[in-house]
Design a protein around this ligand. Structure first.
Ligand SMILES: C[S@@+](CC[C@H](N)C(=O)[O-])C[C@H]1O[C@@H](n2cnc3c(N)ncnc32)[C@H](O)[C@@H]1O
Length: 343
């Protein structure tokens, strides 16, 4: 039932949990036939993780009836039993889903708990222990609220709470807002950048107010930088000192401005920026990489920007990074490398 792009997002979140050692289990509340849970289990299997489990909570009897708070669309869904998206009220039996786990070779990574959440969550939360990622995919207000009321306290700092139905059903959004408001939590709800199978978008928040979109961009940037910068070479990173220490790649990184290897703050003017760039270039820096937190530089330091664009070829430009190659000269008569994006 979950769209391909949402599954890709889920994979990245699971990999983030493992790469950053966010402690705890993976829990899905509302599993239907187990698709999303089995993806998590398969990633654990591939990563050789044996000390974490995926908990699958479901009635295995389908959805309970929606209430007025879930909104008119939810009531209409529950009455339109002939609709192709009705899926027999999301009903799948425990036996069927367990059989699929066995067929996929994932049984040892999974723990099934059958029953209604208001009974199963309080009765099992101690067994579950700390939670690194909680996927809430149970549609209605009372179910979503029950998951948050029972499991949020067990979330690890930086852990992920994924909200499959946040944009789909009114009751889900109300439950999340009520819960965060009641406990005065500063966790920020963010849209996940992809769309599900019916064009529905999902949402995420992380315990402690950490941003997934930020970490996601840092991760993609680190991958792009590792591809662009040759091993053994040196590059300048203009990132306002926001994530230089998080991109663990084996290249020499210079902050900008640079003072004895340390960050020396933003340039006071264009001349200083140009002079410092040329100094670092002559001492061997191969590339200068601007990351999105410093994109305002292009407008603010207009002469520095022109210096860069007329002298050096841009080898990458996207919403995260703008990269200039400092060691090859831009051809005087060649086409401008790029014409869109920050200028
Ligand atoms: C949309 S389906 C889940 C889809 C699934 N995550 C997937 O990957 O395809 C919603 C599920 O939530 C379960 N559910 C909803 N409210 C529940 C509750 N209060 N207690 C137990 N199960 C519930 C339903 O049985 C159903 O299987």
């Amino acid at each position: 039932m979950v769209g391909l792009e949402s599954l890709v997002d889920l994979s990245l979140q699971v990999q983030h949990v493992l790469a950053h050692n966010i402690p705890g289990s993976f829990v899905e509340c509302g599993v239907w036939r187990g698709g999303a849970s089995f993806l998590i289990a398969e990633l654990l299997r591939q990563a050789g993780v044996t000390d974490r489990k995926v908990w699958l909570f479901d009635s295995f009897e389908g959805l309970p009836p929606p209430e007025r708070i879930d909104g008119p669309a939810a009531i209409a869904y529950s009455q339109n039993t002939n609709s192709p998206s009705y899926f027999n009220n999301c009903r799948a039996s425990l036996e069927e889903v367990k059989r699929i786990a066995t067929e996929l070779g994932l049984a040892s990574y999974t723990e099934f708990v059958k029953g209604w959440f208001d009974h199963t969550l309080p009765a099992n939360r101690d067994r579950v222990g700390p939670i690194a990622l909680l996927r809430i995919d149970c549609d209605w207000y009372s179910s979503v609220r029950c998951c948050l009321d029972n499991l949020y306290d067990q979330m690890a700092e930086r852990g992920f709470v994924l909200l499959d139905d946040y944009y789909t059903w009114d009751g889900c959004a109300i439950a999340v807002h009520e819960f965060l408001g009641k406990h005065r939590l500063r966790d920020r709800i963010e849209s996940v950048p992809s769309e599900g199978c019916y064009g529905y978008q999902s949402a995420v928040f992380r315990k402690g107010g950490f941003s997934w979109n930020w970490d996601y961009r840092v991760r993609l940037s680190a991958q792009e930088i590792a591809t662009l910068v040759q091993p053994e070479s040196t590059f300048i990173l203009v990132d306002q000192e926001t994530f230089r220490n998080e991109i663990a790649i084996e290249r020499r990184v210079l902050p900008f401005l640079e003072r004895n290897g340390e960050y020396g703050g933003v340039p006071p003017d264009d001349e200083t920026a140009i002079r410092e760039l040329e100094r670092l270039r002559q001492s061997g820096a191969n590339l200068i990489i601007f990351a999105w937190p410093a994109f305002w530089w292009f407008e603010h330091y207009a002469r520095f920007n022109r210096h860069l664009r007329f002298k050096f070829p841009r080898i990458l430009e996207n919403e995260r990074l703008v990269v200039f190659d400092l060691q090859s000269k831009r051809s005087a008569h060649g086409p401008l490398a790029w014409s869109s994006g920050p200028s």
